[in-house]
Design a protein. Structure first.
Length: 458
């Protein structure tokens, strides 16, 4: 512990860089998560069916967002190491290729949600009222997916070149717009029409357009020499060798994040076996859980950037030292956040207007999430912060998917079909974290992940 917090020159440099990276990332992630929580809180006054309908739509967005994060996360591995190598040429090339892939992905998701909305909704719920409200939400929200794709590439790319403030500032402004329009359009305040669920969707779309406009304006007009700024000529520089190297390291991240998202959605399908109230409970639990784990996840993101920069600069020993510091730090933060979650259970029940029938189950769910939060935080650091930073993406793929698809998903569905209550299903979904810890720690200690993957790239 003394080693972690002693203020020698190396530790001062470590914490100065960590704070400059992580504080803006934490604020941005808090803002992003707050959007879902605010939507859920505001909609909760309209009843459990409305909450469930947005919950279903958010599951589809979650799948899109994780698939998008898979593409951008894979690119981040390269951008971080290229930045450590001071290779601006390849940073621009990577950014342009990532935008191309991300927009293509968003078009596929828009097409599916537009042509097959009922089929998608029925995966989670066949309640006719949930289907009706969710289709209304879908009909508006999906058309902002392409601009979300572009905003995400520039926002997450900026983190990799140590400019996380860009995403933080733009997301902050978008959040203010979203809250104001939610208040006006959901409930019909200040002379606006009362649109309910459709109002929440419209408010989110407008807020995303504002965010996109701000980010693109900064990259192309305000900061004219910005490192991520690319032109059409950069597309022409994408050759076969570059694509092969990019895909070999990025594809496992994309598969990992996408199939992990599908697995997470399957948890919701299992939860739905307990009824519409359970869907609402899982939506509340997911929003709250994401909020409390944000700090730990952001430390993991900061770790991936700092370790990637050091590995790209060929400072392997420094990267290994940083990894040890991050491991200790994330456990401490996870324990603190888990404790806060448990202490605030009464407040959370009141904030989400949880009914008296649902309150006992929600209390148990929040307690389980609080107890398991430190373990989940540590595993997140292992996968996204340590293994991926050195391009060890195949092992992180096997680790995450093996634990989820061969352990926790089968156990959760087995219990769901046997009629287990929702809190037992949530508990079983966390079984993957125990197995992930058992197989993840030895890999991190082996140092096989600590590689400079851009050393030979021109």
């Amino acid at each position: 512990m003394e080693y972690l917090f002693s203020l020698n020159d190396n530790n001062k440099r470590f914490y100065k860089l960590l704070i400059s990276l992580c504080i803006p990332i934490i604020i941005q992630q808090l803002i992003s998560t707050s959007v879902n929580i605010i939507d859920t809180v505001m909609i909760s006054s309209l009843g459990e069916v409305s909450v469930a309908s947005i919950g279903v739509a958010n599951q589809y967005f979650f799948l899109f967002n994780m698939a998008l994060s898979g593409i951008v996360g894979g690119a981040g591995v390269f951008i971080s190491q290229f930045y450590g190598k001071n290779d601006i040429y390849n940073i621009k090339k990577t950014t342009s290729f990532t935008v191309l892939l991300s927009v293509g992905l968003s078009v596929i998701f828009v097409f599916l949600a537009t042509i097959f909305p009922t089929n998608i909704i029925n995966v989670f719920s066949k309640d006719s009222e949930v289907v009706r409200l969710c289709k209304e939400y879908f009909s508006i929200i999906v058309f902002c997916y392409p601009i979300i794709a572009i905003s995400t590439v520039f926002s997450m790319g900026s983190r990799s070149v140590r400019n996380p403030k860009l995403g933080m500032i733009c997301s902050s402004i978008a959040l203010i717009v979203n809250i104001g329009l939610n208040y006006c359009l959901i409930f019909g305040n200040f002379g606006f029409p009362t649109l309910g669920v459709k109002g929440a969707a419209l408010a989110t779309v407008i807020a995303r357009i504002v965010e996109f406009t701000l980010i693109v304006s900064y990259v192309y007009f305000i900061k004219k020499d910005y490192v991520l700024k690319f032109t059409f000529k950069d597309f022409k520089l994408i050759d076969k060798d570059f694509m092969n190297t990019f895909i070999s390291k990025s594809l496992p991240v994309f598969i990992n994040d996408t199939t992990w998202a599908i697995g997470t959605i399957l948890y919701s399908v299992a939860y739905s076996k307990a009824g519409t109230s359970a869907i609402a409970a899982s939506q509340i639990a997911t929003s709250t859980g994401n909020f409390f784990i944000i700090t730990s996840v952001c430390i993991g993101i900061g770790a991936s950037i700092m370790l990637g920069n050091e590995l790209g600069a060929d400072r392997i020993d420094t990267a290994l030292t940083y990894a040890k510091k991050f491991s200790r730090l994330v456990v401490i933060v996870g324990l603190l956040c888990g404790g806060l979650l448990i202490l605030n259970i009464p407040l959370l029940l009141k904030m989400f207007s949880v009914s008296s029938d649902l309150a006992p189950d929600m209390t148990k769910i929040f307690f389980i999430m609080g107890v398991m939060l430190a373990l989940r935080a540590f595993n997140t650091l292992i996968v996204i912060g340590i293994l991926r930073s050195g391009g060890d993406t195949k092992y992180s793929l096997y680790l995450e998917l093996g634990c989820m698809w061969f352990v926790s998903i089968p156990l959760t569905f087995l219990a769901a079909f046997k009629g287990a209550p929702i809190y037992i299903l949530v508990l079983l979904s966390y079984s993957e974290e125990i197995v992930k810890f058992i197989f993840g720690v030895p890999r991190a200690l082996s140092k096989k992940w600590a590689n400079n993957i851009v050393k030979e790239m021109n």
